[in-house]
Structure formats: C-alpha cells, structure tokens
Design a protein around this ligand. Structure first.
Ligand SMILES: Nc1ncnc2c1ncn2[C@@H]1O[C@H](COP(=O)(O)OP(=O)(O)OP(=O)(O)O)[C@@H](O)[C@H]1O
Length: 233
C-alpha cells in the first residue's frame, strides 16, 4: 500500500532521510518513533509530495507520489499536529467546506453523522471551532478523512499535547479506521500509543530507520529500552 525505495532527502550536505526502504501493508498502522530531527516529518512530507526526494521514491498503491501527485493525494488524508481549521466557522461548516474542496457534497444530516461517528460531542457540532479543544479539532480531521473515504492516513504527531483521554479516543478512532482497511503512517513521540495502537513500529535516528518490528513482538518495557538505547548511542 505504502512503500519507499531508497527514499533520500538531502539539504545541501545534510541528509535528513537516508535511503529509507519501508513497506506498509493495507490496514496496518505503522508508528514512526525517533528524537527531534530524526526524519519522521520528512518521510511524511515526501509521501505528501510537499517536498521532492533527492533520490529514491515513495509510492501509494504502486503509484509514485511525484509522478501521480493528484491520484495519490485523492486516496489520502493528512492530519498534522495542529489541524488548520477556520476558527470562526463551526465544526460542521469546516467539514462542509473542506469536503467541498475535495469535490464531495454531503447533507447537513450526513455531516452531523460523520462528526458524531468521529466522537465529536453533539452539542459542539454547531459551535465555532475557536471553542474546540485540540482533541475536538483532531476529531474533525478524522471526520474529514471518513468523508473523503481516505484509504491512507498520514499523521504527524496528531496526539501531541492531548490529554490521555483524548489521546485514547484518537487511538480508538484509528483502530476503527484500520478495521475498515485504512492504512496509517503516524509519526509520534508517544511510545505507549505506538505500542498500544500501532501494528508496526519503526525507530528512526539521524535519517536512518534503525529498527522495524511488529508491535506484538515487543513488550512496552522492551520498546522503551530499545528506544533509549538508540537515543543514547
Ligand atoms: N528545509 C530544510 N532545510 C534544511 N534542513 C531541514 C529542512 N527541513 C528539515 N530539515 C532538517 O531535517 C532533519 C529532519 O527533520 P524532520 O522534521 O523530518 O524531523 P522529525 O523526526 O520530524 O522531528 P520532530 O520530532 O522534531 O518533528 C532535521 O535536522 C531538520 O532540521
């Protein structure tokens, strides 16, 4: 579903991402861990075609994201750490607006259902987004992914700054999407969520994927030990 082949990004002499070979199967949730500057966002931005690789490529459904930018963007939804929504519009109006940008049109009742299914409290649906917590804004992001019938979710630290309850709710939504066959690549600093929610975990260090395993194969303690070992070396 998601694949990279020798994906490399250099800025002058500095290598932000070094020959990444990664394969993420349909319905997998791949969590990328790593210290600040490890190359996690670079990987996601390359999949989004926000930046161009220096060499190698990234593919979605066997389509090169550079060569098939429109087609590959159509199947994905991106949720960054701070989702850009219009603060003076309600959650429902934001969803309606962004669905329209993507060429999708839903009735008010359908938009309400999408927001409710994504865990937004009913009494907030018609409130302005400026009154939303970060967790509520991320739920609008999930509602948009559902509305767009996204097959791929690219998430860049989506739970950073969320309290444990909101973070747990977000994880539940990801697992629901997984059950529908959605494939997820998530950059995170949250080892607990990676172990709890991810099917696969990768650890990046200085642009290199230094570890890759299935989360069922490690205990949380082992994951923490492994992570700290790499961060100290
Ligand atoms: N436009 C740029 N020019 C030069 N260097 C850059 C540029 N964009 C990113 N980098 C560098 O590439 C490296 C990887 O950055 P990246 O944002 O991918 O890290 P990250 O793992 O997502 O970190 P964080 O956890 O802080 O978000 C960093 O050292 C960063 O400074």
């Amino acid at each position: 579903m998601l694949k990279t082949n020798g994906l490399t990004k250099k800025y002058g002499a500095f290598t932000a991402l070094n020959a990444l070979d990664l394969e993420i199967g349909e319905g997998d949730i791949f969590c990328l861990l790593g210290a600040n500057g490890a190359g996690k966002s670079t990987t996601i931005n390359l999949f989004l075609n926000f930046i161009e690789p220096t060499s190698g490529n990234a593919t979605i459904n066997n389509l090169d994201v550079n060569e098939h930018a429109l087609e590959t963007k159509q199947v994905l939804s991106y949720i960054p750490e701070n989702l850009m929504l219009y603060p003076s519009l309600t959650g429902l109006e934001n969803l309606d607006f962004f669905c329209g940008l993507g060429g999708k049109s839903y009735s008010k009742a359908e938009l309400e259902t999408l927001l409710q299914q994504s865990g937004l409290q009913t009494d907030f649906i018609d409130k302005r987004v400026q009154n939303y917590s970060k967790g509520m804004r991320q739920k609008v992001g999930i509602a948009l992914a559902r509305a767009r019938e996204a097959k791929v979710l690219l998430l860049d630290e989506p739970t950073s700054g969320l309290d444990p309850k909101a973070s747990n709710e977000f994880s539940e939504l990801l697992l629901e999407m997984k059950d529908k066959g959605v494939t997820t690549l998530m950059a995170t600093h949250d080892l607990f969520r990676a172990k709890d929610t991810g099917t696969h975990i990768g650890i990046m260090k200085e642009g290199v994927l230094v570890e890759k395993f299935e989360s069922k194969d490690v205990s949380f303690q082992d994951l923490e030990r492994l992570y700290l070992k790499h961060m100290h070396n």
